[in-house]
Structure formats: structure tokens, C-alpha cells
Design a protein around this ligand. Structure first.
Ligand code: SAM
Length: 344
């Protein structure tokens, strides 16, 4: 196998050279750096002694970054691909990092844990559904954090409605809100799996791009707490059910923002964290699409977003751009107020 040496965060690592990332003997996607950067910022901001499992580790990049960048973290990495297993070991010793590496099937590996984890990372090809049940069982039920990626956005965002219904037991919507709604379906699904074991999973952070969705949830145990979570699964415009509660812990988002200056992350990561820091202060279900409204109300020009946001602030409403869409504004103002502003 041909390798090249790269740098990501505070580590250097070997990754396979291949024409297309999916042809490589071990998977490494440089476009997922923001996904990994954000997990580092989140664990740093939570500031605890973490016992982590990077369950589907690939080259080991995420788990090794955690070991290097999060003080006192203990890290286990697993990948069933024997070539990946060897590469993780090579990358760990190259960075002089002491971690435990295994090459088991994920379900088997989690069923044989020696100590419960207070952070489990699930970063699969496609849907995370097969890994949810074993991960939740191996997670610390009081305060454990689950980080989950889904790349089957075409199901969650409503291109493949049947696949979404089958895998997530929810009807998606393909409209301007689809990325937020897709994340709300993903959260609902993860919470349902946890609730079977009287575990309440509360989202603390999430983000989405065209190609993937990523959510972080914090565990707490108790039947009543799990019931309270399930009560927040509701239908919207004939679709769903969706998680209708908060998507972010505002204080955590703010801490992550403050850590940007002390953490080696990409420009794209800085931009998204900056947007979410403001967006997370506004606890609404959905946002407004200004381009769509401009079209509906036959405006000659789409109004400037900073002007709309400033006008909403002046009227004492909360308002900020949303990272879910370039044409969206999240606000607690009613539609009629926004229409009045964009028409003026
Ligand atoms: C998307 S890649 C992981 C990428 C990696 N987390 C990163 O940040 O670069 C998914 C990985 O899961 C591994 N995998 C898939 N199914 C698995 C299973 N059932 N048990 C263990 N590993 C599995 C694959 O070999 C692959 O390396």
C-alpha cells in the first residue's frame, strides 16, 4: 500500500494514497476534518477525564487526536479492517501515543468492554443505526457522551423517503428545512433506542453539511427522564416524528468558540462554530428562508441578511444566521414581522 504523511490537528499521520477515497484500503476523508475538529473542541470544552472509544477508527485519526489533544484522555480504537488496525498502530507509535487498538466487529468489541466509556464515537459509512444499541449499552449512563455521524443524508433529508421510514421510523420532509429536520429525525431515533433501557439522551451539540450530519448527546438514567425525552417527539406538517427540543447547549457552544484560539482547527471549523455560537442562543424549531420569502412576496431584491438581523434585534427579537442554510435566518420573531422587515 502507498502512504503519504499528512498533518491534522496536533498529530502527523500516514494515510493511504488512492485516486478516490472509497478505493483506498483504509478510509480517510480530508473533508471530514471539521467533523473531527469539532469533536476535539467539544471534549476540550467539557473538560473531564475521558475514557473514549473510537469505534470505527479507520486510520485512527480521531482517536489519536483525542489522545494527543485532550488532557488525560484514555483512548481505545477499533476497526474490523485488519489493514486499518495495522495503520492505527503505526500512526499511534509514530506520534508516541499510548492507546489500545483492536480489530473486532464493533458490536462484539462493545459487548466485551472492560470499563464503561464516557465518550463513544460512531463514525460509520452511511447510517449509524446498527451501532446505536451496542454503543448505548457500553456508555456511562450518567453523563456519558455519544458522538454520532450519519452520512445517509439522502434518506434523512427526504430523497429516499422509504429508507428513512425503514431505518429511522420517521417520515422526512424535502424542503428548505431538510437538514435541520434530518438531524431532528436522527436525534429522535438515537433517543428511542436509549429510552428502551430507561436512558435519557439530551442533545448538547449538532451540525450538518450537505454530506453528513453529526450529533452529540449526553446520557442520564431514569425512566421518568427517558419518558420526558420521548414526549418531545412530535409530528410537523404531516411528517416526522421529530425531536422538537433544543439542539445545542448554548454555554457549551460558547466555550467551544472560546477554545478556537487555542486549538489547531481548520478555517471552515472556525466559521461553523462562530455561526453556531450565535444560532444556539435561539431555541426555535426551524428557521426562515429569506430567499424563499423574497420570492413569495415578489421582492425585486433579496434583502441584506445583516440588515434583516439588525432590524429584528432592534425590535427586541433574537435573530442570527443558521449554519443549516446559507439563505436562512433563525429568529423567535413571527412571520408577519419578518415579512414587514423584508418588504420595508
Ligand atoms: C467512515 S470510516 C471511519 C473514518 C474515521 N472515523 C475517520 O475519522 O477517518 C468507517 C470505518 O468503519 C469500519 N467498519 C465498518 N463496519 C464495521 C464494523 N461492523 N465493525 C468494526 N469496524 C467497522 C470500516 O473498516 C471503516 O474503516
Amino acid at each position: 500500500m502507498n502512504y503519504k504523511q499528512i498533518k491534522e490537528g496536533d498529530i502527523k499521520l500516514f494515510v493511504p494514497v488512492a485516486k478516490r477515497i472509497y478505493d483506498a484500503p483504509v478510509f480517510y476523508n480530508p473533508h471530514m476534518v471539521t467533523n473531527r475538529d469539532i469533536s476535539i473542541l467539544l471534549l476540550k470544552a467539557l473538560d473531564r477525564k475521558f475514557y473514549c472509544m473510537d469505534l470505527l477508527a479507520g486510520t485512527g485519526v480521531r482517536g489519536l487526536r483525542i489522545k494527543k489533544e485532550i488532557p488525560k484522555a484514555q483512548v481505545d480504537l477499533n476497526d474490523k479492517n485488519p489493514v486499518a488496525y495495522k495503520l492505527i498502530k503505526k500512526n499511534a507509535s509514530f506520534n508516541k501515543l499510548k492507546v489500545n487498538v483492536s480489530k473486532a466487529n464493533a458490536e462484539f468489541r462493545l459487548a466485551n468492554y472492560k470499563q464503561v466509556y464516557n465518550y463513544i464515537d460512531i463514525d460509520p459509512f452511511g447510517t449509524p443505526v446498527p451501532f446505536l444499541d451496542p454503543a448505548i449499552k457500553a456508555l456511562k449512563w450518567k453523563g456519558g457522551i455519544l458522538g454520532v455521524t450519519a452520512t445517509d443524508t439522502s434518506a434523512l433529508c427526504g430523497t429516499y423517503v422509504k429508507a428513512c421510514k425503514r431505518k429511522y421510523r420517521a417520515k422526512p420532509l424535502r424542503n428548505y428545512l431538510m437538514h435541520e429536520l434530518g438531524i431532528r429525525i436522527l436525534i429522535k431515533k438515537i433517543q428511542e433506542v436509549a429510552a428502551q433501557y430507561d436512558i435519557a439522551l439530551t442533545p448538547i451539540f449538532c451540525h450538518s453539511t450537505r454530506h453528513y450530519m453529526r450529533v452529540y448527546l449526553k446520557a442520564d438514567s431514569g425512566a421518568k427522564k427517558a419518558d420526558k425525552i420521548l414526549k418531545q417527539h412530535c409530528m410537523y406538517e404531516g411528517a416526522g416524528p421529530f425531536w422538537t427540543g433544543d439542539l445545542w447547549d448554548t454555554k457549551l457552544a460558547n466555550k467551544m468558540y472560546k477554545l478556537l484560539s487555542k486549538t489547531n482547527v481548520s478555517q471552515k471549523t472556525k466559521k461553523i462554530i462562530h455561526t453556531i455560537k450565535e444560532e444556539s442562543k435561539i431555541k426555535t424549531f426551524g428557521f426562515f428562508d429569506i430567499h424563499k420569502l423574497a420570492k413569495e412576496y415578489k421582492l425585486k431584491q433579496v434583502p441584506r441578511f445583516d440588515r434583516v438581523i439588525a432590524a429584528l434585534h432592534q425590535k427586541k427579537y433574537k435573530a442570527a444566521r443558521t449554519h443549516f442554510s446559507d439563505s436562512g435566518i433563525r429568529t423567535n420573531a413571527p412571520l408577519k414581522t419578518i415579512v414587514k422587515i423584508i418588504k420595508s
